[in-house]
Write a protein that binds this ligand. Structure first.
Ligand code: IMP
Length: 196
């Protein structure tokens, strides 16, 4: 049913989403596949705003159907922070380690457990149709990092009903239950219904 451009240069995300769309009839190309490297400024106030900013920027540039997402971590005891600031929580040019350290320092003032959720907003946009789907995964933040797989807040996040962090799980296992998988599975199903 045609090509869709995925507005991400993140190869891990691209692989995960290509896998989800594998038998859908749509072929997913990422920005790395087409060698597009310009940065898109995400200055929205919600995950949905930011996902749409990416989708629209890429649609306006290439005039082909686009999917995009924005995701992050919300911690209850921190009033939903880091939220849309997840990537740069410890400041401009910070590392994943800096972000985890800042998060764990802030949580020292609160009793365990530290309930949290990863959230993802996934959007399809083709200039006329816009489809928005959300996914989330609940869990808890632990007080010491564990595991070396994955990225971002994976070493401090234990999904609900698991006893390992995301960074201790195999990527395939993580991708089955992740917030991104949930959002993109719904998006793929809505798209197949709408377009076919
Ligand atoms: P974005 O959707 O690429 O903008 O992700 C924003 C930030 O949220 C990332 O830089 C990570 O810090 C965090 N994040 C999103 N998804 C995950 C995940 O699956 N594991 C760990 N951190 C994540």
């Amino acid at each position: 049913m045609g090509n869709i451009l995925f507005a991400t240069g993140n190869k891990g995300k691209a692989k995960e989403v290509k896998q989800i769309f594998k038998n859908s009839g749509f072929d997913i190309l990422s920005l790395s596949d087409i060698n597009f490297k310009e940065e898109i400024i995400e200055d929205g106030e919600t995950f949905e705003d930011n996902a749409f900013i990416k989708a629209k920027a890429i649609y306006d540039k290439f005039k082909v159907p686009v999917i995009a997402d924005d995701s992050g971590l919300e911690v209850d005891q921190l009033g939903g922070r880091p939220g849309i600031h997840s990537a740069r929580y410890a400041g401009e040019n910070c590392t994943y380690d800096d972000n985890n350290r800042k998060l764990l320092d802030e949580l020292k003032f609160f009793d365990e457990p530290h309930p949290a959720r990863f959230v993802c907003c996934a959007i399809y946009y083709d200039g006329q149709n816009k489809i928005v789907e959300n996914g989330e995964l609940k869990g808890n933040i632990i007080s010491d990092k564990k595991g070396d797989k994955g990225f971002g807040y994976d070493p401090v996040f234990v999904p609900e009903n698991y006893d390992k962090t995301f960074a201790e799980l195999e990527l395939e296992e993580k991708n089955k239950i992740s917030h991104r998988a949930a959002a993109f599975k719904k998006l793929m199903e809505s798209l197949v219904k709408k377009i076919s």
